[in-house]
Design a protein around this ligand. Structure first.
Ligand code: ADP
Ligand code: MG
Length: 330
């Protein structure tokens, strides 16, 4: 097996955090309503994601960690709709080049499940029949252990764990119809625990505190003036009474957790400069775009989003944010 593959894999998965994100997105794609994450040593030793989704069919197990194998890319049109979050078939392949992957899965109506381990993109043995409850469990062990010392040097297991907790919280905040948990291996209590009955505000309160939750205004794109938007948008933003040192921006586009740094900067500027507030905002925005509006050829890590008509959209969002801020000052 080649070093090149390992390096390319390190490009897609740069940190245990990116592995956790990919695994959670796979669970969501599999229509799970319950996703549990277990982490050891900041994810470097162990990442385990359990879900109750539709499982992996026996015949798909052999190629599950193969490069560019995906069960999701049915046709181009579907790609444009981006109904599912994964579409490159690159995540599990990359992860299996960087660590030891074990999958236990059962599909609906099966009497037993299968367990199989992968290394460097291929199965290590035939899938073994095993007992399993509904869904899929993906275990990743010893991530980056075969990489140069540089990755290990960045390791800070408490800090890495906190980042993972924050990531799971963001998913929980958006996907209120899915229950999430995240805990350290061997810990009795989870650090994230939501249920399908938790409201979005409940989730915000429990992760970001009562102070934030008490200062939020609901936003939606109907507030944007004057032209009607071609996208749906809703969310929460903090008002003038909220004081924080660090901006928190949680953005989902078509149910995908993404970063849009230009928008984030613009919002921050509106809060801190134009309105002369010293405080940094808390913003949660969920945008739903019509098919074909997202550039699907974005970078493999899929973090920074690329949208067609980006400027027009940003203008509409900003005018809405500004008008909301003005009304919250009055
Ligand atoms: P992608 O998500 O881009 O298709 P991945 O490498 O993330 O590629 O996953 C490869 C394939 O493995 C998926 O297309 C899917 O068929 C299957 N898979 C991975 N995780 C799960 C899961 N939790 N439940 C069901 N199927 C899964
Ligand atoms: Mg995926």
């Amino acid at each position: 097996h080649s070093v090149v593959k390992r390096i390319t894999a390190g490009d897609v998965i740069q940190h245990p955090l990116s592995a956790v994100k990919e695994l959670i997105e796979n669970s969501l794609d599999a229509h799970s309503t319950n996703i549990n994450v277990i982490i050891q040593d900041g994810g470097f030793k162990l990442i385990q994601v359990n879900d109750n989704g539709h499982g992996v069919r026996y015949e798909d197990l052999a190629i599950m960690c193969g490069r560019h194998t995906t069960s999701k890319l049915l046709k181009f049109e579907e790609l444009m709709r981006l109904k599912t979050m994964g579409f490159r078939g690159e995540a599990l392949s990359s992860i299996s080049h960087l660590g030891d992957v074990t999958v236990t899965t059962i599909t609906q109506g099966s009497v037993h499940g299968y367990r199989v381990s992968y290394k460097d993109g291929a199965m290590e043995h035939e899938p073994k029949p095993c007992a399993a409850v509904k869904g899929t469990q993906v275990t990743v062990e010893n991530l980056f252990c075969n990489m140069a010392a540089s990755k290990k040097a960045l390791q800070n297991s408490h800090g890495d764990y906190k980042k993972i907790v924050d990531l799971v919280s963001r998913f929980a905040l958006h996907h209120t119809n899915v229950s999430f948990s995240c805990r350290k291996y061997n810990a009795n209590r989870p650090d994230v625990h939501t249920s399908v009955t938790s409201s979005r505000l409940d989730v915000i309160r429990s992760f970001y505190g009562i102070a934030v939750a008490g200062c939020l205004k609901e936003i939606n794109v109907a507030d944007s003036n004057p032209s009607p938007a071609v996208f749906e948008m809703q969310g929460f933003m903090s008002n003038a009474t909220y004081a924080a040192k660090k901006m928190i921006m949680i953005l989902f586009i078509n149910d995908r957790l993404v970063e849009w740094s230009a928008l984030q900067r613009a919002i921050e500027v509106v809060y801190t400069k134009k309105l002369h507030w010293a405080s940094k905002p808390f913003v949660y925005i969920s945008i739903v775009l019509p098919p074909g509006q997202i550039d699907v050829n974005m970078h493999a890590t899929k973090k920074e989003v690329s949208i067609l008509n980006q400027e027009a959209m940003m203008e509409q969002i900003m005018s809405m944010v500004e008008s909301r801020l003005r009304s919250s000052k009055e």
